[in-house]
Design a protein around this ligand. Structure first.
Ligand SMILES: [Zn+2]
Length: 56
């Protein structure tokens, strides 16, 4: 059984994490909008990605 809930981005977008904030966290893409940046910072906080929070 797939468990899609586990893959949802924690920022609340209801999109899969790899299609949402993960590229920003891995710094492969800059967040394109202030809202995306806010979401990526929130999900980084939820995921305890301290490096991302300090870098942005
Ligand atoms: Zn997200």
């Amino acid at each position: 059984m797939p468990t899609p809930l586990l893959n949802l981005c924690p920022c609340g977008s209801l999109r899969p994490y790899p299609d949402c904030c993960q590229p920003y966290h891995q710094q492969r893409l800059p967040a394109p909008t202030p809202e995306a940046l806010m979401r990526s910072r929130y999900s980084a906080f939820v995921l305890a990605l301290r490096d991302y929070l300090q870098a942005s």
